[in-house]
Ligand binder design. Structure first.
Ligand code: CP
Ligand code: NVA
Length: 297
């Protein structure tokens, strides 16, 4: 049987695919009516091991707007808690046209994709958050006044799932990324290798170095879902990585949300005129509608 097209990380799409997806996302945003029947009669299963606001609602609303339907599955209320990922995924694939999965471990997402006979979308795991990056790139394209190859994003803080996907997505389009993280909290090796190979990534220790020449400053929580037991040591490790109004200057501010105001960023920055966090959140909807229509075409 032909393998379905999955979206587990940005490495699952080519540079051309990514550009096409973003152009399609911009079109979906501008003319949503054109896509109102794109997925008539199609069903998306959304399986969550972790909590979510944006991912869950943007995928579900997106499916409705495309003429399809989405089913929310809380992992704990399913028999994934009893059976194997393989058996449960094979069954799920026989009912629905696509599956979105938010998991603790990337290995669970990979195992699920191996078993699934329909496209599987990674809705965040410990290593990647590729759907977030689609929305982030759409937002960067909308806001930057420069060509993408001359645009720079600084990421300050934890080299986590959001940072890893951002590095890969930006590097694919030639956007420069400058990351500042404390020792021991750097980005995932595969993302770093790719960013460096594309000559798009520079790593720093100090936030003030990373933001030099940047057009956008991005941060994310210091305590990702699954890191809660390390809260105290993480608060200590990241204490000098807070994005303040002074650090930000006149750059755009980005955050995937949920934000922990007073930890990685001040409330002042979140509410400032430079903040484009709600545009990013809205763009999840448009970018994922394009992704769904593209994967299921
Ligand atoms: N940014 C993001 O993925 O938000 P949720 O965790 O609320 O889905
Ligand atoms: N890095 C965060 C992102 C939440 C959308 C986490 O994994 O919890």
């Amino acid at each position: 049987m032909k393998k379905p097209r999955h979206f587990l990380s940005l490495f699952d799409v080519s540079q051309k695919d990514l550009s096409e997806l973003l152009a399609m996302a911009a079109m979906v945003k501008k003319k949503p009516g054109k896509f109102a029947h794109a997925l008539d009669g199609k069903t998306l299963a959304m399986l969550f091991q972790k909590t979510s606001t944006r991912t869950r609602v943007s995928f579900e609303a997106g499916m409705t707007q495309l003429g399809g339907h989405a089913i929310f599955l809380d992992w704990r209320a399913t028999n994934f808690t009893l059976g194997s990922i393989k058996d449960e995924m094979i069954c799920l694939s026989r009912y629905v046209d696509a599956i979105m999965f938010r998991a603790y471990k990337n290995t669970d997402v990979v195992e699920a994709a191996e078993a699934s006979t329909v496209p599987l979308i990674n809705g965040l795991d410990n290593l990647w958050h590729p759907c977030q990056t689609l929305a982030d790139l759409l937002t960067i394209k909308e806001k930057t006044v420069k060509p993408l190859q001359k645009t720079t994003v600084a990421f300050v803080g934890d080299g986590n799932n959001v940072c890893n996907s951002l590095i890969v997505g930006c590097a694919m389009l030639g956007v420069k990324v400058r990351v500042a993280s404390p020792e021991g909290y750097g980005a995932y090796r595969k993302a770093v290798e790719f960013g460096e190979k594309k000559n798009c990534l520079k790593m720093f220790n100090a936030p003030s170095d990373a933001i030099e020449g940047a057009d956008f400053v991005y941060t994310d929580t210091w305590i990702s879902m699954g890191d809660e037991d390390k809260r105290m040591e993480r608060l200590h490790a990241f204490r000098d990585y807070k994005v303040t109004a002074q650090l930000l200057g006149d750059r755009f501010f980005m955050h995937c949300l949920p934000a922990h105001a007073g930890e990685e960023v001040t409330r002042e920055v979140l509410d400032s005129k430079n903040s484009i966090i709600y545009e990013q959140a809205e763009n999840r909807l448009h970018a994922q509608k394009a992704l769904l229509a593209w994967l299921l075409k």
